[in-house]
Design a protein around this ligand. Structure first.
Ligand SMILES: Nc1ncnc2c1ncn2[C@@H]1O[C@H](COP(=O)(O)OP(=O)(O)OP(=O)(O)O)[C@@H](O)[C@H]1O
Ligand SMILES: [Mg+2]
Ligand SMILES: [Zn+2]
Length: 512
């Protein structure tokens, strides 16, 4: 007797159909597994046996063969427990074979027969919809996540409950759909790591840079002495970014799903991610990878912000590995014979001190660093990385009289309004999903065209400051954003001048 059960494997954030075949044959009682199972899949044997036993089913004294097809695709993780158990039940004729047809199954089994959550239920739900499956079956804790794709989802607590559902003895209600649009429209609130611009005193220049960065999706680096407010400013960014669209929210959620980082009850990621990895994070934690390839911080920050505080501390090789995702908007993970890609279109925001002691260029306090120390610190930030950062901003110490006064700047909500409008202008002109920071080639030349006066100004600055071609283009993109913030159709000399000055600002380690 041969039974077939539909399930999935993950490739990046996509689910690929996999079929679990269970055959009961003659021969010595044993259980064989074929079709590239990894360690966790092979351990499924024991979990499945125990879960069945505790659901009142004894494995037959037969030779059991379980095949995972297609055979050339590696099968990873514990999500195959449930399809295997159901295949066994169908092969033993304890479930009608047709009850498995048109349904997609995914889940880990606890020894007592409960279903435990697994990564990848949203991609599975998207695949179920694409294939026209009538029902997706996932563990209870993954139910809401499974329902995000809009298809019919049933989320049982135990294997026994699911058996009754499939037998038609006691049908389970599908997970009710949730209206997520409301959650997406909700105002971001400050709290936890998110701060409000209303609390920032002074620092007009840095506030402006933050607004420009948010509006055009530009990367930003801030340099200044300890305590000047760099970390505070960076933590204001999430509050001024526009809301995610439902499509982007689903894509971000799929990444977090595959990473196994979603919360059960409200699994949709409705806020733009703000990731703050520590400088001691491993390469895999930052970029992604591992035995079962998981997204790293660069992908968890997709459509949001990757904040690298004290960026020179991250070490050269970690920073070098950011170049690919910064350029491509996604990141390749290869291991053994296979490679996969994860989306990684994030905005890089970073902070550093001008030197190891932090006081180089400070108006009152002397710098105690030797020139060798300064050089060594500077060398950790490579030219090519700084070249990929559009906005270089100096954050000077706040004068005592400003600190003593009440903060007088706008709130994050007010700034967010302008940022959202500037983004709408960009998307209408550049095309769906294309921010000014993403412009390149012909579209950049077309949308960021300069008039005679501006062209002259850029040429002069370019000669004097020896801009690379990349820097030249980055200045054009930032000018376009500054014009968009103002609602201007074309770039004026004033917009360009401000953009140039964002490239010269700041005492950067590495910028002499
Ligand atoms: N401009 C400011 N307005 C209001 N509070 C500020 C300002 N700058 C700094 N602070 C307060 O001072 C403290 C230190 O600021 P923050 O951590 O942002 O400094 P930093 O520039 O990141 O310093 P470091 O280089 O040491 O990391 C925080 O509690 C912050 O709230
Ligand atoms: Mg700081
Ligand atoms: Zn110093």
């Amino acid at each position: 007797m041969l039974a077939r059960v539909d399930t999935i494997a993950l490739d990046g954030i996509r689910a690929i159909p996999v079929e679990v075949e269970v055959d009961l044959g003659r021969g010595l009682p044993m259980l064989n597994m074929v079709g590239l199972p990894d360690g966790a899949v092979r351990e499924a044997k024991d979990r499945v046996r125990a879960a069945l036993k505790n659901s009142g089913v004894q494995l037959p004294a037969r030779r059991v063969t379980i095949n995972l097809a297609p055979a050339d695709l590696p099968k990873e993780g514990s999500g195959y427990d449930l399809p295997m158990a159901l295949g066994l039940l169908a092969a033993m004729e304890l479930l009608p074979g047709e009850s498995l047809r048109g349904r997609l199954f995914l889940g880990e089994l606890a020894l007592d027969g409960r279903l435990k959550p697994v990564p990848g239920c949203l991609p599975a739900a998207m695949l179920a919809k694409e294939l026209g499956m009538t029902e997706l079956i996932v563990p209870l804790a993954n139910g809401v996540e499974g329902s995000l794709a809009g298809g019919r989802v049933v989320a049982p607590e135990t294997l026994l409950e699911l058996m009754r559902h499939l037998n038609g003895e006691k049908l389970l209600d599908p997970v009710p759909p949730t209206d997520w649009r409301k959650a997406l429209e909700e105002e971001p609130r400050s709290g936890g790591s998110i701060r409000d611009l209303a609390d920032v005193k002074g620092q007009e220049h840095a506030r402006r840079a933050l607004e420009v960065a948010a509006a055009g999706g530009h990367n930003l680096i801030m340099s200044g002495p300890p305590g000047s407010g760099k970390t505070l400013l960076a933590r204001c960014l999430p509050g001024i970014l526009p809301a995610l669209t439902i499509e982007d929210a689903l894509e971000v959620t799929a990444i977090h799903s595959v990473a196994g980082r979603l919360e059960g009850r409200s699994p949709l990621v409705t806020r733009r991610p703000f990731r703050t990895p520590h400088h001691t994070s491993s390469h895999v934690a930052l970029i992604g990878g591992g035995g079962i390839p998981r997204p790293g911080e660069v992908s968890l920050a997709h459509r949001g912000v990757l904040f690298l505080d004290e960026i020179p501390e991250f070490g050269r090789s970690a920073l070098e590995s950011l170049r690919e995702p910064l350029e491509a908007g996604d990141v390749g993970i290869s291991r053994a014979a296979r490679s996969t890609r994860f989306p990684a279109r994030f905005q890089l925001v970073s902070a550093c001190n001008p030197c190891p002691c932090g006081f180089r260029g400070h108006p009152q306090r002397p710098c105690r660093c030797s020139s060798i120390q300064v050089e060594r610190y500077a060398s950790r930030l490579s030219g090519p990385l700084l070249d990929r950062i559009d906005l270089h901003v100096e954050v000077p110490p706040v004068p005592p009289e400003t600190l003593a006064a009440l903060p007088s700047g706008e709130s994050s909500a007010m700034v967010r309004q302008r940022v959202t409008e500037a983004r709408m202008r960009q998307l209408a002109r550049n095309g769906p999903g294309v921010l000014n920071a993403d412009l390149d080639g012909a579209p950049l030349d077309r949308f960021a065209a300069l008039d005679g006066e501006s062209r002259e100004l850029l040429l002069m600055a370019s000669r004097k400051l020896c801009f690379s071609a990349r820097t030249h283009n980055r200045i054009l993109k930032v000018s376009r954003t500054i014009a968009d913030l103002e609602g201007a159709e074309s770039i004026a000399a004033g917009h360009l001048a401000e953009a140039i000055q964002f490239r010269m600002g700041g005492r950067f380690p590495g910028s002499g």
